[in-house]
Design a protein around this ligand. Structure first.
Ligand code: SF4
Length: 387
């Protein structure tokens, strides 16, 4: 049982034999993908307040210094993104700002909100008005918090990071693996197409990596909701000087992710953090969100590569590069799929199970008649992997 799992009502058993098998995997056991994808996004750091103090993180600001974007600022970022051809509004914030951040609470109250989640909902509506599909990463989420924002997001996400207790999750309030797993479970129960991932090099060992990947697989087998898993190396920055995993480690753990996860789940590496060119043959088929207009606020020292660099990575791997939306097409109901759809359908998407909310459906359909940004992405014929 993972730390905190019973406290958060998560019942996941990872088979010891499966762990041992995964630990034997090497890059020689996987093949390069037939194609690479990426999404074009704008990065919107809704608030930099966070109840946690992870020792590798430069995203959070201490109380008194944390920011909260206004709806006007959000609209301006979204407009610039839409003008630049983006499809995704990537909302990030630390975990629930707690009572240490009284100025954030006061500001939210001034704007008529009693929680960051009701404010996120309004922010997502602004993104939709500007023609972007929201993908929010609000950290740990109770079922009620997720339910409040699920229908205004095309997909959502949170990094599991690791199922182990590590010293890097320091401080009086620490990330609890069981709570992260509970967030993944909540997303599955609420039919939210979901992105997660592991963070490599924060003190976890090889067995922890294998168990983390198998825990994600177990939850996906129950709910069919995981669309992609990010394999992200920790990076040196002003708060973290313990170094990054070396290339051999990244190659092995990426191959483990590819073997552990079913083929409909994309394996993603962030090309501004990981040596993507040297990882494609380990099973990477997605390069994540790339923004032509905003910084990576979580890793500001590591600027996004230009699209040309992504093309170079694809050319180096001798595979086509295609754009995708923040939600993969297999979650679409039949009448929204395009001719290029590869035929792999998320459980229940052909009837009964609603992965795409009426609000997101309206956005996709409105776009179809008013500019075709989403539709042209879906029709990108160079992409041959799941979109
Ligand atoms: S990594 Fe996430 S949870 Fe940890 S301090 Fe940074 S924003 Fe907060």
């Amino acid at each position: 049982m993972f730390p905190g799992a019973s406290e958060y009502g998560v019942d996941i058993a990872v088979d010891d034999g499966a762990v041992e098998e995964l630990l034997q995997v090497s890059p020689n056991d996987v093949e390069a993908p037939p194609a690479l994808t990426f999404s074009r996004n704008v990065f919107i750091p809704l608030t930099t307040a966070c109840r946690y103090t992870c020792t590798y993180c430069t995203y959070f600001d201490p109380p008194g210094q944390a920011s909260l974007l206004s709806l006007e600022e959000i609209r301006e970022i979204c407009q610039r993104g839409a003008d630049a051809g983006c499809t995704e509004a990537l909302f990030t914030f630390g975990d629930d700002p707690d009572d240490r951040y009284t100025e954030i609470h006061d500001q939210l109250a001034d704007w008529g909100h009693d929680s960051i989640h009701s404010y996120l909902r309004e922010a997502c509506e602004v993104a939709l008005e500007e023609g972007l599909l929201p993908h929010a990463n609000p950290g740990d989420q109770t079922r009620e918090q997720l339910a409040l924002v699920a229908d205004v997001n095309a997909s959502m996400g949170v990094m599991l990071e690791t199922t182990a207790e590590v010293g890097a999750h320091a401080g009086p309030r620490r990330k609890v693996p069981g709570q992260r797993l509970r967030t993944l479970q909540n997303a599955g129960e609420l039919n939210v197409a979901f992105t997660t991932g592991i963070l490599v090099g924060i003190g976890e060992n090889w067995r922890d990596r294998a168990e983390s990947l198998l825990a994600i697989r177990e939850l996906h087998e129950r709910y069919d909701h995981i669309q992609e898993v990010i394999v992200q190396p920790v990076m040196n920055n002003e708060r973290w000087s313990d170094g990054s995993p070396d290339l051999a480690t990244m190659r092995r753990v990426t191959a483990m992710a590819r073997v552990a996860l079913p083929e409909e789940i994309s394996v993603q590496v962030p090309p501004n953090l990981a040596p993507a060119k040297d990882l494609i043959d380990c099973g990477v088929d997605d390069l994540g969100g790339v923004s032509p207009v905003t910084d990576d606020h979580i890793n500001p020292d590591y600027t996004w590569p230009a699209l040309r660099e992504l093309e170079e990575i694809a050319a180096h791997a001798n595979v086509p590069l295609g754009e995708r939306l923040p939600v993969y097409e297999r979650f679409f109901p039949p009448d929204l799929r395009t001719d290029g759809f590869d035929g792999r359908v998320a459980d229940g998407a052909d009837g009964g199970r609603e992965w795409i909310s009426p609000t997101i459906r309206d956005a996709l359909e409105a776009d179809d008649s008013a500019g075709e940004r989403y539709r042209s992405v879906l029709r990108d014929e160079t992409a041959t992997v799941p979109r």
